[in-house]
Design a protein around this ligand. Structure first.
Ligand code: DP6
Length: 333
C-alpha cells in the first residue's frame, strides 16, 4: 500500500490557457478539459518525487514536503485527488503523502505538473490500480491540466478531447529523439500571486482568446512538422510567437495578468540580440516571470555563459528532455 514515483515538470511549446468546462469549486472538481491541445517537453532537472502510503493506521490524510513545509495551499486539491484514487480502488483508507522537489521551492518553478503527475503514479501503484498509460494521464489531468503531459515520455501531446475519456496525453517522441536544452533562467524566486487555475478562468474576457483558438490548429500542425523534421529554427519561431500570444491574452484579460517583470523583458531583448549575432536561441515563458531559453546542445555552454553575464539572474537550471513519470524504489519515508 506504499509506492514512490518521480515525475518531471514540463515546458509547453504550445500552451494550455483556458478550460472548456466551467470551473466548479476550490478543490478543483472541474474536468480540466482544455480549450486547445498543447505540446510540451519534459524537464530533466525539475522533478518531484512523491511517496504515498494508504493505511488504516492513518485517521486523516497528511500531505507534507521534505523541507518540513505543510502544503496548506494545496491540501484541498491533493485530498480531492486522493479521493479520486480511493474511489477507483473502492477503499476508504487515508493516506500519508510526502513530496520532494529537485529544485528549490524558491526557484519559483511551477510544481503542479510534476506534483500531480508523481502523486497520480505513486498513488495508483500504492493501490495496485490497473490503469493504462492513457488512464493515468486522464487521472493526472483531473489534478492539474498540465500534469497529464508529465506522464508520457519525452515530447508530449495533450489531445484536447471533448470528454474526460478523450482528453489525454501521449508521447510524440521519446526523450532521446532530439537533444534540445531548456536553460531555465530564474529571475524572481517568489511564488506567483495569481494561480494558473484562477488566472485562466478569466480567459474569455480577453478580446483575443477567440482569435488565439482559431489559429491553433495551424500552429499545432506547424509545431508537429518542426518536431518531425527537427527544424530548430521553425520550432523556435513558433515557441516564441506562442508564448507571446498566450501572454497577450493574459495581459488583456479583465483583470489583466502581468506575469512578466523588468528582468523578463531584459532577457527577451537579450535573446533577440544574441540571435541577431548568430546564436540560435529562443525564449518561452509560463505563468511567471522566469524565462526558459530553448537551444540545441551544441549551443548550451554559450547560452549559459551569456546568461551568467547578465545582472538579472538568480539561478540557472539546465534541463534536457526527459522520460515521463515512473515508479522508483526508494521511498521518502
Ligand atoms: C501557463 O496546468 O497549472 O503553464 O489545470 O488549473 O492546474 P490547472 O492549470 P495548470 O496550467 C498551466 C498553464 C501554463 C501553460 C502550460 O503549461 O501549458
Amino acid at each position: 500500500m506504499k509506492a514512490t514515483a518521480l515525475a518531471p515538470a514540463n515546458i509547453a511549446f504550445i500552451k494550455y490557457w483556458g478550460k472548456a468546462d466551467p470551473p466548479t469549486g476550490e478543490a478543483g472538481d472541474a474536468l480540466r478539459l482544455p480549450l486547445n491541445s498543447s505540446i510540451s517537453m519534459n524537464l530533466s532537472a525539475c522533478t518531484t518525487t512523491t511517496t504515498v502510503e494508504f493505511s488504516d493506521r492513518y485517521k486523516e490524510d497528511s500531505i507534507e514536503s521534505t523541507d518540513g513545509e505543510f502544503l496548506q495551499k494545496e491540501v484541498n486539491r491533493v485530498t480531492k485527488h486522493l479521493d479520486r484514487l480511493r474511489e477507483r480502488a473502492q477503499t476508504n483508507q487515508r493516506a500519508k503523502v510526502l513530496t520532494k522537489n529537485s529544485f528549490p521551492k524558491s526557484a519559483g518553478v511551477a510544481s503542479s505538473a510534476s506534483g500531480f503527475a508523481a502523486l497520480t503514479v505513486a498513488g495508483a501503484k500504492a493501490l495496485d490500480l490497473a490503469l493504462s498509460d492513457n488512464d493515468l494521464t486522464i487521472l493526472a489531468r483531473l489534478g492539474s491540466g498540465s500534469a497529464c503531459r508529465s506522464i508520457p515520455d519525452g515530447f508530449v501531446m495533450w489531445h484536447r478531447g471533448k470528454s474526460s475519456q478523450t482528453s489525454y496525453a501521449y508521447s510524440l517522441y521519446p526523450y532521446d529523439y532530439w537533444d534540445l536544452r531548456d536553460v531555465l533562467v530564474v529571475v524572481e524566486a517568489s511564488n506567483k500571486k495569481i494561480s494558473t487555475t484562477e488566472g485562466m478562468e478569466k480567459v474569455r474576457t480577453s478580446p483575443f482568446w477567440n482569435r488565439r483558438l482559431r489559429d491553433m490548429p495551424d500552429k499545432i500542425k506547424t509545431m508537429k512538422k518542426a518536431l518531425a523534421t527537427k527544424n530548430f529554427r521553425l520550432l523556435g519561431e513558433i515557441i516564441e510567437a506562442e508564448a507571446v500570444n498566450m501572454h497577450a491574452v493574459m495581459m488583456t484579460q479583465r483583470p489583466p495578468l502581468f506575469y512578466w517583470n523588468g528582468a523578463t523583458m531584459e532577457l527577451i531583448r537579450a535573446v533577440q540580440l544574441w540571435r541577431a549575432e548568430g546564436l540560435p536561441v529562443y525564449f518561452t515563458i509560463d505563468a511567471g516571470p522566469n524565462v526558459h531559453l530553448i537551444c540545441e546542445v551544441k549551443d548550451e555552454d554559450t547560452v549559459v555563459q551569456k546568461v551568467k553575464n547578465l545582472s538579472v539572474l538568480e539561478q540557472v537550471i539546465v534541463n534536457q528532455p526527459s522520460r515521463g513519470a515512473h515508479v522508483v524504489q526508494n521511498h521518502l519515508f
